[in-house]
Design a protein around this ligand. Structure first.
Ligand code: RB5
Length: 146
């Protein structure tokens, strides 16, 4: 599975920890930046990662900022992206089973590294359920644009 990572200064350390974790597990990880902890706009990295997922260069994306909120809002503006803001293991699994989320957003100022890595582990290893009602609802998300 090809996974793109992106962050801002608030999520930089979490990005680094997730990069090591996923690489050690054998995932094909691309770090879309930033490469330092300097202050940056989360928007720019959300767009890079989300567009890469939309274009099929990556199977999934993981975005980290201080809260995960700006990243998730920005990523969800890109057509084809279903970004989920997650800070617990239950919703990490649920958003894969029910929403087929293709981007995971978390806040480096919200949770610790240990919990974040558990969330990542569950999220990358859970397949969409394929249950008809969930598929119907995901299709409604995918097909609604105003
Ligand atoms: C940056 O200070 C902070 O606003 C950002 O990391 C994120 O939390 C935005 O949603």
């Amino acid at each position: 599975m090809k996974i793109a990572l992106g962050a801002d200064h608030g999520g930089f350390e979490l990005k680094e920890a997730i990069k090591t974790f996923l690489t050690d597990k054998g995932f094909d990880v691309t770090d879309m930046g930033p490469s330092t902890k300097d202050s940056v706009d989360y928007n720019d990295y959300a767009i890079k990662v989300a567009e890469g997922v939309r274009d099929g260069k990556f199977d999934r994306g993981i975005l980290l900022c201080g809260t995960g909120i700006g990243m998730s809002i920005m990523a969800n503006k890109i057509k084809g992206i279903r970004a989920a803001l997650v800070h617990d293991v239950f919703t990490a699994e649920a958003t894969r089973l029910h929403n087929d989320s293709n981007v995971l957003a978390m806040g480096g100022r919200v949770i610790g590294v240990d919990l974040a890595l558990k969330i990542v582990d569950v999220w990358v290893n859970t397949e969409f359920s394929g249950v008809e009602r969930h598929e119907r609802r995901v299709n409604k998300i995918n097909n609604y644009w105003e």
